[in-house]
Design a protein around this ligand. Structure first.
Ligand code: NI
Length: 274
């Protein structure tokens, strides 16, 4: 890992707090990006984490043999530990400390691939809608494309100011409980005509907190759109007022079944080796 290379300007910090997103032109080096792209493609090609339920189709029913429209890996550094040492991660944590304070730290990561020509849209959602509703979060997602992100290949779009809103009700994409991915329910408050696209150069990043509404279009280009997303947060606190994110408990995904199967096999292995 080389020395830290990013610090947000005062204007960028102010933009983040006012609008609920900000972008930076470079959060890593071209050299790291080239290396990371090889690791990234290998993990998807090898189906790393699929058995454990950590690789799955975020946008589809994820049946065995289906063409995946939005393949995702949760925790890619579990399968390529060298990713944990990246300059990208070090810079992300530094940015999080600038925005959230010194207690902020790395909190997780995922990779979302939009395959060339048919990669599906990531519908409008708030990241917090996926999480534990009993907790309060101070958290950011740092979204880095490994190649240039454009409107044509699925860059992020944001609704300015939506980071101040509550979490709206969501549902599984297509109302199919087999689909992990969420979409916000239609609501009279929600108007996407104010949304702004955030195209980025390869190795740039957008940064948004847990409630900012965002979306990414389908990939209509001839190249895959590779995104590598890091989460950073301060320790979550128990909420005084409980919430019910019933859209998560309503899910029954093949991914959950694979995770349970894997855990059962691990337990049997542990039992028989005693
Ligand atoms: Ni998101």
């Amino acid at each position: 890992m080389s020395a830290l290379t990013v610090r947000l300007t005062d204007d960028q910090v102010a933009h983040f707090h006012e609008y609920g997103f900000v972008s930076v032109d470079a959060i890593t080096t071209p050299e790291e990006l080239a290396w990371m792209t090889q690791v990234y493609d290998r993990l998807f090609a090898e189906k790393a984490g699929r058995e454990e339920g950590n690789q799955f189709d975020l946008g589809g029913a994820d049946q065995e043999g289906d063409v995946e429209v939005l393949p995702q890996i949760l925790g890619p550094s579990r399968y390529a530990p060298e990713l944990a040492q990246s300059l990208y991660r070090a810079n992300a944590v530094e940015i999080a400390r600038q925005l959230l304070g010194p207690e902020a730290n790395y909190a997780g990561e995922h990779a979302i691939l939009k395959p060339a020509r048919f990669g599906a849209a990531t519908p409008w959602h708030q990241d917090e809608a996926y999480w534990d509703p009993t907790l309060d979060y101070r958290s950011i997602s740092i979204w880095m494309p490994l190649g240039d992100a454009t409107v044509e290949n699925g860059c992020l779009w944001f609704v300015p100011g939506s980071h101040r809103w509550e979490v709206y009700p969501h549902h599984s994409i297509n109302n199919d409980p087999r689909v992990h991915g969420l979409e916000v329910d239609p609501h009279p408050d929600l108007d996407w005509s104010r949304a702004v696209p955030c195209p980025l150069p390869a190795g740039g990043a957008t940064i948004h907190p847990s409630r900012t509404f965002h979306y990414a279009g389908p990939n209509t280009s001839d190249e895959p759109r590779r995104a590598y997303i890091l989460g950073c947060a301060t320790p979550a606190k128990k909420r005084d007022v409980p919430r019910d994110f019933y859209w998560n408990t309503a899910k029954h995904t093949p991914r959950q079944d694979r995770a349970r199967g894997h855990q059962a096999r691990q337990a049997t292995k542990a039992e028989s080796s005693r």
